[in-house]
Design a protein around this ligand. Structure first.
Ligand SMILES: [Zn+2]
Length: 345
């Protein structure tokens, strides 16, 4: 099992999660997240051989360095996590869903910290910090006190309290696997099963398997379409894959798609070149890899289901589970199967 865990670490070194609040602070309900950095295999080997995590320290006073608006700040988890929640999940969600999100975010921070501790240097763009606030790279963060009014208007006080309470109520709690904090990735809405890390990133990870996840339809972005003119498709695709043959009629370009059990495109042949669904998703800013296609003479339309990479905790799924009376522990243990909730100390 350790080897499987290691594989997870190799490919899930830095999965980023798009926030639902953009840098300009305009609020949209949710956003997708994907991307994977890789951790050098030597580091993964080190983790595998390092035995138990000895530090095990993730209570409210634990410090983490974060690059925020270009400056490295050292923050306690107590101060940092509410700003992550405010940026990553609608504050209107039920309390148990917010608590599950708090535990996932705390766990993810500790996971990143652990990788650095074991020798995996953060990217240069971080200026030495463990995490940054770039939604395209790490975790979104907003200064909850400065932005509350702007974000939530008359509900500002209520929502600040909801979010800080969710962080406080789960203080010191993290999800662990073999005594290590897990790569607690999350996304907005599944379609309607979550994806496995193996299908999306090629990293078989024991706690990131596909599970049923109802409630995604409540996301306003659950179903969407993106129309791409053939000229734009050719330009973008050929730039990255110059060997692709895109001269034939447009409706013959896509062939032999392979889908995951959850419905996402694992890979598909485009003009004779096999690419992953994630590549297509990123190239054309699709909400998910779970898409079908329709064509006119000069356009391709992607019809997507779900929002986000689909791996790990689904925020709308957590919302549904909370509405159905489940606790944050139930939610965490459902989306990250086989994990233990470990209290620091
Ligand atoms: Zn970053």
């Amino acid at each position: 099992m350790k080897r499987i865990f290691m594989m997870g670490l190799i490919l899930l070194g830095a999965v980023y999660l798009m926030p639902f609040v953009t840098a300009g602070s305009s609020v949209s309900p949710d956003d997708p997240g994907t991307d994977v950095d890789t951790v050098p295999e030597s580091i993964a080997e080190e983790i595998m051989n390092s035995g138990k995590n000895q530090s095990g320290d993730w209570d409210k006073d634990t410090k983490v360095t974060v690059l925020i608006s270009g400056e490295v700040r050292e923050m306690t988890l107590e101060n940092y996590l509410p700003g992550v929640l405010a940026a990553e999940i609608p504050a209107s969600f039920p309390d148990e869903a917010l608590k599950a999100q708090a535990v996932a975010a705390r766990t993810y921070v500790m996971y990143k910290k652990r990788l650095v501790e074991l020798g995996s240097a953060p990217p240069e763009s971080h200026k030495g910090a463990v995490l940054c606030d770039d939604p395209k790279h790490c975790k979104a963060y907003i200064d909850i006190n400065a932005k509350a009014e702007e974000l939530w208007g008359s509900k500002a006080d209520e929502y600040v309290k909801k979010i800080t309470d969710a962080v406080k109520a789960t203080d010191g709690m993290a999800a662990t696997y073999q005594n290590e904090p897990i790569a607690a990735v999350f996304h907005a809405a599944s379609s309607p099963k979550t994806e496995s890390a193996a299908d999306v990133w090629g990293a078989d990870t024991p706690y990131l398997k596909s599970v049923d996840s109802p409630g995604g339809e409540a996301s306003p972005k659950y179903s969407a379409t993106v129309e791409v003119p053939d000229t734009e498709f050719r330009e973008k695709f050929l730039k990255k894959y110059p060997d692709a043959k895109l001269d034939a009629p447009i409706n013959t370009w896509f062939k032999a798609s392979i889908r995951s059990e959850a419905g996402g495109i694992i890979s598909v042949e485009v003009g004779g070149v096999r690419v992953s669904g994630t590549v297509i998703r990123e190239m054309f800013a699709l909400n998910s890899t779970n898409f079908t296609l329709s064509f006119t003479e000069n356009t391709i339309t992607f019809h997507t289901t779900g929002y986000g990479h689909g791996v790990g905790l689904s925020q709308y799924g957590a919302r549904q589970m909370a509405l159905d009376g489940k606790t944050w522990e139930d939610i965490i243990k459902w989306y990250y199967q086989g994990v233990t909730i470990t209290k620091e100390g």
